[in-house]
Design a protein around this ligand. Structure first.
Ligand SMILES: *[C@@H]1O[C@H](CO)[C@@H](O)[C@H](O)[C@H]1NC(C)=O
Ligand SMILES: *[C@@H]1O[C@H](CO)[C@@H](O)[C@H](O)[C@H]1NC(C)=O
Ligand SMILES: *[C@@H]1O[C@H](CO)[C@@H](O)[C@H](O)[C@H]1NC(C)=O
Ligand SMILES: *[C@@H]1O[C@H](CO)[C@@H](O)[C@H](O)[C@H]1NC(C)=O
Ligand SMILES: *[C@@H]1O[C@H](CO)[C@@H](O)[C@H](O)[C@H]1NC(C)=O
Ligand SMILES: *[C@@H]1O[C@H](CO)[C@@H](O)[C@H](O)[C@H]1NC(C)=O
Ligand SMILES: *[C@@H]1O[C@H](CO)[C@@H](O)[C@H](O)[C@H]1NC(C)=O
Length: 503
């Protein structure tokens, strides 16, 4: 056989395919982005506008950069990354203080508040929650309009339009970014008003912009209900996908799972070239960072690695193969070599960095990562949050019913320990302050500190041990079969009351 036949058969690797995803690449891309673009000046910490600029990137554009830094914290739980998120948002708020009435674009407020609410969930800094609520309430208050299309949020609020802007329209972008924010404010506060708005906006988008036959999200609808053809883009599709995953997890509504999967398949099959996201148009400051989040969260939580992992790696490999090797940054055209033009804006490079944060170097197995119901191997009782929101509430056991109170999201830290988050309270399983045998496990706002980090090992019989990193004690059912009894910790003794079954 000739070399070209072997190549065609995939039996040997092309010499161009030297960059295969490896451990450390996600960190290298994060370091590359920061080394090239992050500035610390006095107490200010910000991303600059472009490689050849010293000025801080501003407003929505800066928010997109910060969302990329948040992805790196999400992947690792590292304290230095948490501190960076806190500093970036603090500087951003100093430079962009509310009120935001100077900005008529509701999707801008969407990006501001998305960076802020995620920042609150990552740092616990309540200023970020307060400003996210202010921004959402402001954009929703002025932008939601049922006069046309039965609802939806104006992309640019009508009173801000100038003659050159054309007639007002409503777009997927502002609705989906703000819809995600509403879901996340609900996760953080359990204020049902935000869940109602999250669902209201979602249902409007599904009715007006989603094509159920293909999974496509249209970008724009005008006052008379005309949907702009070809207004679909990877950023819209990805934002909607992430929104769908969030709302599915919050409600357990299976219709929304199916919509999310359709939206993902459309992105993969119809918004890529040879399977690779690639669009380097000048106006696309960002392109696929929200696609990275949407794909990353949905595939990770719903454990769809068998179907999507190879495709995710294909994109990661293209990103690595086409990066600027002097800086380790890749622009939005993932399938072509990154330009060495230093005037390109900072967030041209954020999507590639984000994609790497959500593509693990080896295919994760079905357990322990993702969303699971967890039952005790002695009693069959499930670990249950009881749906009680607020720090210091107990984690109980209850007969298996597979409800939201019994669904837990398992994600990993860079030290390989696991975070265990309730899908009904969105709080973390926490060992509490005590390491005495019999101490009760509690729920607490996620901090990712060692009280909330769990060492999970598969045992020879296929069950799992779950041990607190802080206390070294094992999660233990206490041999109780009474609904409502607390989950406790106890020194490891190998008994089946300390073994857990992941479903
Ligand atoms: C770029 O990242 C790779 C790992 O992906 C690393 O080996 C290399 O040293 C990095 N180069 C620069 C300039 O930082
Ligand atoms: C929380 O954010 C505010 C506003 O950005 C900042 O002033 C404050 O220092 C932050 N708090 C902590 C504990 O870092
Ligand atoms: C969401 O809907 C509103 C109201 O119709 C609209 O103005 C806005 O542009 C939409 N947002 C997006 C991103 O399409
Ligand atoms: C589930 O989600 C779909 C799509 O948003 C919605 O139409 C339906 O009403 C929801 N079902 C329930 C029970 O809320
Ligand atoms: C909406 O778009 C359609 C198609 O371009 C156009 O015919 C219609 O006049 C537009 N409606 C408004 C209110 O601009
Ligand atoms: C999307 O891609 C799939 C797979 O290539 C193809 O079958 C389908 O026709 C495409 N859909 C659209 C709307 O282009
Ligand atoms: C306990 O684990 C063993 C080994 O996997 C299994 O055979 C048994 O069914 C489990 N019992 C319960 C109640 O989970």
């Amino acid at each position: 056989m000739t070399v070209s036949t072997l190549l065609a058969l995939g039996l040997i690797a092309s010499t161009h395919m030297v960059a295969a995803l490896a451990p450390g690449d996600a960190e290298a891309m994060y370091d590359g982005f920061n080394n090239a673009l992050l500035v610390s000046s006095g107490s200010a910490v910000f991303y600059k506008k472009a490689l050849d600029s010293e000025d801080p990137d501003g407003t929505w554009s800066a928010s997109l950069n910060i969302l990329g830094a948040e992805d790196a914290f999400e992947r690792t739980g590292d304290q230095d990354k948490q501190a960076l998120v806190n500093s970036l948002l603090t500087t951003w708020l100093n430079q962009t203080p509310p009120p935001w009435s100077w900005d008529g674009w509701n999707d801008d407020i969407g990006w501001f508040t998305l960076a802020l609410i995620r920042g609150y969930q990552m740092t616990g800094n309540s200023t970020f929650l307060d400003e996210a609520k202010y921004g959402f309430d402001y954009a929703f208050g002025r932008g939601w309009d049922t006069k046309y299309n039965g609802g939806g949020i104006w992309e640019q609020n009508p009173e801000y339009l100038t003659s050159s802007d054309g007639p007002p329209n409503k777009q997927a972008l502002s609705n989906d970014s703000l819809g995600k924010v509403a879901c996340m404010i609900y996760q953080s506060t359990h204020d049902s008003d935000y869940l109602d708005k999250c669902q209201l906006i979602y249902n409007w988008v599904v009715s007006n912009l989603y094509e159920s036959s293909t999974g496509q999200i249209n970008g724009v609808i005008n006052e008379t209900g005309f949907v702009t053809p070809d207004s679909t883009a990877a950023y819209n599709q990805g934002t909607f996908l992430d929104y769908s995953n969030l709302l599915y997890e919050i409600t357990g509504n299976n219709t929304i799972y199916d919509i999310a999967q359709n939206a993902l398949d459309y992105a993969m099959n119809n918004l890529t070239v040879n399977g690779i996201f690639s669009n380097n148009a000048g106006y696309l400051n960002t392109w696929a960072d929200e696609a990275a989040r949407g794909v990353g969260h949905f595939v990770r939580d719903q454990r769809l690695w068998d179907k999507y992992y190879a495709w995710m790696v294909k994109n990661a490999d293209a990103i690595l193969a086409n990066r600027r090797t002097d800086l380790n940054i890749t622009w939005n055209g993932w399938d072509t070599p990154t330009s060495d033009d230093n005037t390109l804006s900072a967030n041209k490079f954020v999507s590639a960095m984000a994609w790497l944060q959500f593509t693990p170097p080896t295919q994760p197995s079905d357990k322990p990562g993702g969303v699971h119901v967890i039952t005790n191997n002695l009693t069959g009782m499930a670990i249950d949050s009881a749906g009680t929101f607020g720090n210091n509430n107990p984690v109980i056991q209850w007969g298996l019913n597979n409800g939201l109170n019994q669904r837990w999201q398992l994600t990993q830290n860079s030290d390989e320990s696991w975070n265990i988050i309730s899908l009904s309270t969105w709080q973390a399983l926490d060992c509490g302050a005590s390491d005495t045998n019999g101490a009760e496990a509690i729920q607490w706002q996620s901090t990712r500190d060692s009280n909330q980090r769990w060492i999970i090992n598969e045992l020879s019989d296929g069950t799992y041990s779950i041990e607190s990193q802080a206390t070294g004690k094992a999660l233990d059912g206490g041999s109780s079969t009474t609904n409502g009894d607390a989950l406790i910790q106890w020194g490891w003794n190998g008994g089946s009351q300390q073994r857990w079954v992941l479903h």
